[in-house]
Design a protein. Structure first.
Length: 299
């Protein structure tokens, strides 16, 4: 089986918490990631949105775009408006050969609000999810028809956060809506990271290999502390530096013949966790677990 290893720039620059950002340029970020062994990077705020500008930068570092976040508003919006909102990013991603756009629902999300405790996140009824699932399916079908599929990111402090919420969205949406599986977010949400793969492997099209520090997860007061508070406290880290069993996780994905990108995405304080060093730790651990699972990793 074939797989590729990518990384997200959030370890270098945090879009929600600028104070947790290393003072490095896009070129230096790409260089450090490539030196660590990665061949792809998801997009971030310092990426140019013009393909003619971005292509030569990527080429200089032997890197590809392996995805990137889109702040969706479809929960409270309509499909036609989302088509307009995603158009520029879709054009760029098609031009640079990205595998997908990462759809993150930000309508009703408190993931970027440090004053909002985790326990106050928006809750959807099953009827709400039915309506949302229909809209997400229509949007996903349109995106796929345009040649750039989306992959839905379940996320802490967002309306689709927990394992039961993921189950409901998958139940009430069509196969065009693919799933981004994020081990760290699912673990933080209290889900069974292996059962989610068992239940939804047919829909998984993109993987974030985010790890958690379980002691930090356990100490978070969800009635008082926000998602960003947890990030500042170091709830996330790279594989090989946290609590999750990535041999089991990657082997389970391999058992269902998942092939595609495995992306390290771990927002941390760059002073306490230097991005260059964390990238090396994450890459080395992924090489180890990928070999154990029988993957051939693209160079």
């Amino acid at each position: 089986m074939q797989a590729n290893l990518g990384i997200a720039p959030i370890a270098w620059w945090n879009d929600d918490l600028p104070e947790l950002s290393d003072d490095v340029s896009l070129e230096e970020c790409l260089s450090q990631a490539r030196q660590a062994g990665f061949t792809g990077m998801e997009t971030g705020r310092r990426f140019p949105m013009e393909a003619a500008v971005l292509r030569p930068i990527l080429a200089r570092h032997g890197m590809r775009v392996c995805g990137g976040w889109f702040s969706g508003l479809l929960l409270d919006g309509d499909v036609e408006a989302e088509k307009d909102r995603i158009a520029m990013q879709m054009a760029l991603f098609k031009a640079v050969g990205a595998p997908c756009i990462v759809y993150g629902e930000t309508a009703g999300s408190i993931q970027g609000d440090r004053s909002a405790p985790l326990a106050t996140k928006r809750r959807l009824s099953e009827d709400d999810v039915k309506l949302y699932g229909r809209k997400m399916t229509a949007f996903a079908e349109w995106c796929a028809d345009q040649g750039m599929p989306i992959s839905y990111h379940h996320h802490m402090a967002a309306p689709i956060e927990t394992e039961p919420e993921v189950d409901l969205l998958m139940k009430h949406s069509g196969p065009a809506l693919r799933l981004l599986y994020d081990a760290g977010h699912m673990a933080f949400a209290g889900g069974d990271v292996l059962r989610v793969i068992d239940n939804h492997h047919a829909r998984i099209s993109h993987v974030h290999t985010k790890d958690v520090r379980q002691a930090v997860v356990d100490a978070i007061d969800r009635s008082r502390e926000s998602f960003l508070d947890a990030v500042i406290k170091g709830v996330f880290t790279v594989p090989g530096d946290g609590s999750l069993d990535f041999v089991a996780i990657v082997s389970r994905l391999a058992s269902y013949r998942y092939e595609g990108w495995f992306v390290v995405e771990a927002e941390q304080d760059p002073v306490k966790s230097p991005p260059r060093e964390m990238a090396k730790i994450g890459h080395q651990e992924l090489l180890r677990v990928m070999a154990a699972a029988g993957y051939s990793v693209g160079a």
